[in-house]
Design a protein around this ligand. Sequence first.
Ligand SMILES: N[C@@H](CCC(=O)N[C@@H](CS)C(=O)NCC(=O)O)C(=O)O
Length: 230
Amino acid sequence: MRLLQFSTSHYCRKARLTLGYKGISYEVENLTPGAHVLKLKPLVGTTTLPVLLPEQTKHPIAVGDSTAIAQFLEAHYPNPPLSLPTSSAAAEMWMIEDWLDESIGTATRFVYYDFRSKAGKSIDPSIASQLVIGVVRWQYGMNPTRVKLAEQRLESGVNSLGERWKTQDYLVGDRLTIADITAAALLSPLALIPSYRQRYPWLFDRICQVHHRCREPLPPGLQEEPWGDR
Ligand SMILES: N[C@@H](CCC(=O)N[C@@H](CS)C(=O)NCC(=O)O)C(=O)O
């Protein structure tokens, strides 16, 4: 299998965590932003990454979108399961996954790139990096009002995840599911932002824990952290 990705994308991290949890071996191909469109359009008709190329007969040539990738892997590689056995628990899990994908993942992007263009500029002050950050901010129409709304959405979203993750092992049910994986991936960019690290230490413990279970290297900001065997 081959995973087409942007190495820094949190949605691509979600796909890597999913593949890692399933114990599937794969290669990654890092695409260049901008030029990626030329490769993706004929393959999947959309322009976002991740895209999985199963490279096996009887499987589709390409599966685009991190949720579709998870569903494809669950259908063809059921063990270990990413979902839950009862239909009500599975429905709740996919609902949380969709909310994380559509609402929280985009809010993280706004807050993260805003930080990288201001206080977080020192992480990589190079012209090339700041150019990429500027292009992303323009591409997604980021402005102070929308960043503020994203911060508010993240605050209520993280607090409601805390209602579950602080008191139980998993977001839904009694085992790791795509809901935990999605939350860990899509909130991981916040690990570089000191105010989030201070406010939500439990969140970053959980993010580390999920990465460990999925055999995926920790995201930037958490690599040096001792976090024990939780
Ligand atoms: N819902 C999609 C979102 C993926 C997404 O937004 N990917 C971004 C990178 S984080 C992307 O590829 N952007 C490039 C573009 O829109 O052309 C998924 O879950 O895969």
